[in-house]
Design a protein around this ligand. Structure first.
Ligand code: ATP
Length: 830
């Protein structure tokens, strides 16, 4: 509200500035007059600039003559004068603003005056003539005074002027900006004004620096006021007259939800009455996850989540069947409450405040959006659980200034963490059953992954997100060394390694031509010729009589090594990776066959030896089932046909591991860039270490002419196929029996008893998940790895099989999707 609402404010400076403002507005109007028949937002552009207003500074000075604002900032007189000037401008501005907004609807062409006025105010504020926050106070009032439709237009203005109005005095204005935006967000419905909410957030993100803490919930307070109340379970009250979809649901769920049904087996979902009582209490855990550190709360939460997921799974996961079977066609004999309301959009809209009536429960659970909403809440809470295990907590130990308020003393055990991981996978499987679901889950996964980083940042006390500027010393040093590197060096009489040319002037023409033809002059020396010379140098260095001689011999050896490396780069580049000690380059003199590094292009098999189908082969299976061994044997059996794809990882290389051979070792930042840039066809995280396969690594193999082979765990394979739609031939390797796998794992070493047990316990779910029919949907072929030679043979036969060819089942046979082709062993029973 304006400070004063009178025509003549009676203060000379106020009156003077009032007339000046009118003049300025007239000048602006001459440039941007009101235009009818245009959308309200169209009049926002172009902005009024300082140079559009004639001698602004001079006119301001004369309006405020007698008020001195020149001098030191902390001078009392200056401060006083400045506040008088600010007060005068504010009084005039508020007066003008309130009169205009009260009389001019935002849709009217006359509203252009407000845009011009705000532009003028922003110029005055930039020049320090008025309080920098004044513009935003008025915008805040403007937003308050308008409907949501009006706020959209005001936001058009804010977005178009964002850079200009936030460039200066941001410290004085940021709180008002934040307050206005938050107030606006409070008024907006996240469901109905989603795009507008997004605009407001983007405006905030663009205005505030990345590491700004103003909207961070530093004390980690949870939204505990949001209590979800619900009816006491099995309450037999008067039923509301609403749609029920019992019949439809029973149909889709194959009769598994018989409310009054007899004994259910463990996999059978609960009745809706039973689930109702377990379902709504979950909201408390979502809003106060700290309570989950208490074992009894955790047990209740676990049960609720399990039953909810089990029931959700009985509903079709795609939207099409939902609307067809549930909402659009209400069950026989039941009236629709909203019938004839004519506002479909409204009735479809999701209301974030839950209606928890028991009568609505089936309807809600039948709604895909509702189910997704709940599942996302569960995923967030599961992530919370996984971030407070003993292992996860170790990561927080090295923080410099941890934010104590969000460092909880509670901890979840290994068993709870395993459950959380498994449940996450189950939910992911369910959500990703169809194409839109895959897309949706991918978005959720990305958001949750980013959220983890923010939570971590908050725990680390919101360290500033910035890169230190280069110091003048560093700059000078870099400049000096660049100069040294590019400076003209004194030329040698004969350039290094150049052959003598003197004979050109000394001998006659024919002799010169003969000498020029001497092969020594142009032939690249033989690589092997350096081997003996370098070893002679080595010997001489070890026998050197003094340091001087030693230095000379070392330089001579270095020169030879350098030349040898230059020659070897054309044919033995693969060996370079293996050279650890620059003083010992003997590896490059060894034949290529002795190196197990990547083979050069000459190794590619003849065209006739290649399989008809050259799609990428994805070999997957539980840990220790023999994936690597099989791939190795496959590569050996079909030399030059298949090429192993090297994955990326964020772990440090173990001793003897060279970058690019077992893995591409990268830093987390680089990995995230690959992931966020959609350059990974799959990625997983194990024990805090990220692994992923880049499309570039696959291309490298394809470009060499070979068929790429990727080795992935089950999760990775699922991710590549379901989430990334990565095309390939997916092959599942199964152990003959869990006992055989167990003994192989023991023999292979490297895993303790607990790890082996965890693998064996996880087998039923990994391999025979009947509910999701995962293996049959995911894999094109299954091989039971009993005898190694036989398994390789079956694998080869499958990969070489032509489209029209039917390979017999059984030994070496092609099995239909999901059925195991065994090599004499029995199908695994788990
Ligand atoms: N058919 C087989 N018969 C007997 N032993 C086998 C067979 N296949 C693989 N093995 C052995 O099983 C152990 C595990 O094999 P390998 O490392 O290839 O499995 P993996 O699936 O690649 O494991 P991880 O998932 O841990 O990488 C090795 O010691 C290997 O020699």
């Amino acid at each position: 509200m304006p400070a004063l609402v009178v025509d003549d404010l009676g203060v000379p400076h106020v009156t003077a500035f009032g007339s000046l403002l009118n003049e300025l507005l007239d000048e602006a109007a001459a440039l941007k007059p009101p235009v009818t028949n245009r959308t309200p937002s169209a009049s926002i552009e172009p902005p009024i600039n300082k140079h559009d207003l004639n001698n602004l500074s001079g006119r301001i000075s004369s309006a405020f003559s007698g008020i001195t604002v020149e001098g030191a900032d902390d001078d009392v007189a200056v401060k006083k004068a400045r506040s008088r000037k600010f007060a005068a401008i504010e009084a005039v501005a508020r007066d003008f603003f309130s009169k205009l907004t009260a009389s001019t609807p935002i849709n009217s062409p006359e509203f252009i005056k407000i845009w011009n006025f705000l532009d003028i105010l922003s110029i005055l504020s930039d020049d320090g003539h008025c309080d920098p926050a004044l513009l935003f106070w008025l915008i805040e009032e403007l937003l308050d005074s308008q409907t949501i439709a009006g706020c959209r237009i005001i936001f058009d203005y804010l977005e178009s002027r964002r850079e200009r109005i936030t460039a200066k005095h941001f410290k004085q204005t940021n709180l008002v900006i934040l307050r206005s935006c938050n107030e606006l967000l409070r008024r907006l419905s996240r469901a109905e004004d989603t795009a507008f909410c997004g605009r407001v957030f983007i405006f905030l993100f663009q205005s505030f620096p990345l590491g700004d803490r103003s909207s961070v919930n530093l004390r980690g307070e949870y939204h505990v006021e949001n209590v979800t109340t619900f009816e006491t379970p099995t309450e037999e009250g008067s039923k509301m007259d609403v749609d029920t979809q019992d019949d439809a649901h029973k149909e889709t769920a194959d009769g598994r939800t018989d409310d009054k049904g007899a004994t259910k087996n463990a996999d059978e979902p609960l009745s809706m009455d039973e689930l109702y009582g377990l379902f709504w209490p979950l909201q408390e855990s979502f809003s106060q996850p700290l309570k989950l550190f208490d074992t009894s709360n955790f047990t209740k939460f676990r049960r609720g989540v399990e039953e909810t997921v089990r029931t959700f799974k009985t509903y079709p996961s795609d939207e099409g069947s939902r609307s067809a079977s549930t909402l659009e066609e209400p069950a026989h004999g039941v009236k629709r409450k909203r019938e004839g309301s004519g506002n479909d959009e409204q009735s479809e809209a999701f209301n974030p405040k839950y209606l928890t009536s028991r009568d609505l429960f089936e309807l809600e659970v039948g709604d895909l959006t509702f189910r997704r909403h709940i599942l996302v809440q569960i995923l967030i809470t599961l992530n919370f659980i996984l971030s407070w295990t003993a292992d996860a907590k170790k990561k927080y130990e090295g923080m410099n200034t941890p934010n104590k308020s969000v460092m909880y003393s509670g901890e979840f055990g290994e068993e709870e963490a395993k459950w959380a991981r498994d449940t996450k996978n189950r939910i992911a499987d369910y959500m990703r059953k169809d194409q839109p679901g895959r897309f949706f889950y991918r978005m959720v996964d990305t958001v949750l992954a980013r959220d983890k980083n923010w939570v971590y940042w908050k725990m680390a006390g919101c360290e500033p997100i910035r890169r230190d500027p280069i110091t003048p010393e560093l700059w000078a040093e870099a400049q000096a060394s660049a100069q040294r590197a590019t400076m003209n060096k004194r030329l040698r009489p004969i350039p290094l390694n150049a052959v003598p040319m003197e004979f050109l002037k000394e001998k006659d023409r024919d002799q010169v031509m003969e000498e020029l033809k001497n092969a020594e002059r142009f032939k690249i020396p033989d690589l092997d010729s350096f081997k003996a010379k370098i070893s002679d140098d080595d010997f001489a260095i070890s026998m050197a009589a003094n340091e001087q001689e030693k230095a000379r011999l070392t330089a001579s050896k270095a020169s030879k090594s350098w030349r040898a490396l230059r020659i070897a780069r054309g044919s033995k580049l693969a060996a370079f990776d293996k050279i650890d000690d620059p003083n010992d380059i003997s590896l490059i003199f060894e034949p290529l066959d002795n190196m197990d590094a990547e083979k050069t292009v000459e190794d590619v098999a003849a065209e006739g030896d290649m399989p008809a189908n050259r799609e990428t082969v994805v070999i997957s299976g539980p840990p220790g089932v023999g994936k690597s061994t099989l791939v190795e044997k496959l590569l050996e059996a079909h030399k030059g046909v298949f090429g192993r794809v090297v994955r990326h990882t964020t772990r440090e290389p173990a001793e003897g591991e060279a970058n690019g051979r077992t893995f591409h070792f990268v830093k987390a930042l680089e990995f995230n860039q690959l992931r966020d840039g959609d350059r990974l066809v799959e990625y997983t995280e194990q024990d805090g270490i990220a692994y992923g396969t880049s499309s570039k690594a696959i291309e490298t193999v394809t470009e060499s002419g070979k068929v790429p082979v990727i080795e992935l765990d089950m999760e990775g394979a699922k991710f590549a196929k379901d989430m990334m739609d990565f095309p390939g031939r997916y092959i599942l390797i199964k152990p003959p029996t869990p006992d055989v796998l167990q003994s192989r794992l023991k023999d292979a070493g490297g895993r303790d008893e607990a790890a082996i047990k965890a693998i064996i316990d996880g087998l039923p779910e990994q391999l025979d998940d009947d509910e999701s029919k995962m293996s049959s949907e995911l894999f094109d072929h299954t091989i039971v790895n009993e005898g190694l030679e036989q398994s390789v043979k079956i694998l080869g036969e499958f990969l070489y099989k032509r489209e029209d060819e039917e390979v017999e089942e059984g030994e070496g046979g092609k099995a239909p999707n999901g059925e195991a082709a065994t090599n004499g062993g029995e199908h695994m029973e788990t």
